[in-house]
Design a protein around this ligand. Structure first.
Ligand SMILES: Cc1ncc(COP(=O)(O)O)c(C=O)c1O
Length: 376
């Protein structure tokens, strides 16, 4: 009996959720005929590193050639920066690609991948797309419960995904807490530590995780050029891990996963210490201002170590996001990430954050007025 292609798609793939990206600003502006600010995707509001832009422009004329498939220069620079060998660096099409490759190498039907509820959605998708069982552990106070996660490891567990700081809650665990957790993880279980926002986390050192990796090799550290380096649109990220694991990932990746433009921009951005420092400093100042403003409005933003702020606003979170959208501020409602009462706002420029705070105050005041009327 012949079957349709649709029938041939395995059940575990049919049931996968679709990743919902933040609304593109142009679409919102066209649809609503307004000027909008986008604070929905944790992008760098100060733009790409100027050195990165110049380097990208300079190599555009070579776009007729395939890029360096071995990404030699960038791997060497990253190896030096992190104190590891170039063979311990893998360059990916954003860190997103590496999240997926780790699962493809180590997971399959009959095995388990472990992560936390309320964390970055692609972790769960990568586990389920491999055919393995997804095991989700509950969070504690919007943070990874590392003790519960260690207790959830079974003989079938092969990969554990952690994000530090976590997206969408912004919480972070310390280097010591991580080492304590790692000590409970068997050697045959890979810990994928996603550090997309690590530059913004003052409580965690950039070198903490690399030091842990040197002691215990069952780790894959993920970093990205999408956040502090401001290159999200160029799609480039990297991993630090053992050579056998990286070699297996290399066999699965597409031959020229990252473009020459992205490689050149990343290499130059890495060298742009001034831009990195300015982005971290602006983020810290503006994040504090956002949290203070939100607290003044009676909200309780969760202490963030990243470039965004998470807050619970009640069962009308979706409606509040929509009202903000109509006032020209795009934030992220989080029902699809497992938080039906929360929204996340990315830290923007001073002007963008001012616009958000004014709009939020207006939305909340309008709602307070309504609820007073309703109770009269
Ligand atoms: C925790 C986390 N990991 C990875 C990524 C994806 O980064 P990239 O642009 O490098 O694919 C994001 C993006 O928002 C993220 O929040």
């Amino acid at each position: 009996m012949t079957r349709t292609i649709e029938e041939l798609i395995p059940d575990y793939l049919r049931g996968l959720p679709v990743y919902i990206p933040g609304k593109p600003i142009e679409e919102v502006e066209r649809e609503l005929k307004i000027q909008a600010v986008k604070l929905a995707s944790n992008e760098n509001p100060l733009g790409p590193s100027p050195k990165g832009i110049a380097a990208a422009r300079a190599v555009l004329a070579d776009a007729n050639r395939y890029p360096d498939g071995g990404t030699h220069r960038l791997r060497e620079a990253l190896a030096e920066l992190n104190g590891v060998a170039p063979e311990e660096i893998f360059i990916g099409l954003g860190s997103s690609e590496i999240i997926d490759l780790a699962a493809r190498v180590l997971l399959r039907a009959g095995l388990q991948g472990l992560t936390s509820e309320g964390s970055y959605a692609p972790f769960s998708v990568a586990i389920r797309a491999s055919g393995a069982e997804l095991v989700l552990v509950r969070q504690r106070e919007f943070a990874f419960d590392l003790e519960a996660m260690a207790n959830a490891i079974t003989p079938k567990t092969r990969v554990i995904y952690l994000a530090n700081p976590n997206n969408p809650t912004g919480t972070a665990f310390s280097g010591e807490e991580f080492e304590e957790f790692l000590a409970k993880v068997p050697d045959g279980v890979l810990v994928v530590l996603d550090e997309a926002y690590i530059h913004y986390a003052v409580s965690v050192g950039l070198r903490d995780s690399v030091a842990a990796y040197r002691k215990r090799k069952n780790m894959l550290i993920l970093r990205t050029f999408s956040k502090v380096y401001g290159l999200a649109g160029l799609r480039i990220g990297y991993a630090i891990g053992t050579t056998p694991l990286l070699s297996a990932m290399n066999k699965l990746k597409t031959p020229f996963n990252t473009s020459g433009v992205a490689q050149a921009a990343a290499l130059a951005a890495l060298d742009d210490a001034e831009h990195v420092a300015r982005c971290i400093e602006t983020n810290a100042t503006e994040r504090a201002r956002l949290c203070a403003g939100l607290t003044e409005m009676g909200l309780r933003p969760v202490t963030s170590e990243a470039n965004f702020v998470f807050m619970e606003v009640g069962p009308d979170a979706g409606k509040i996001s929509d009202e903000l959208l109509h006032m020209g501020v795009i934030v992220r409602p989080l029902a699809w990430m497992g938080f039906p009462e929360a929204i996340r706002v990315s830290v923007g420029t001073a002007e963008e954050n001012g616009k958000f705070l004014r709009a939020m105050a207006e939305v909340l005041a309008k709602r307070a007025g309504k609820s007073v009327l309703a109770t009269r």
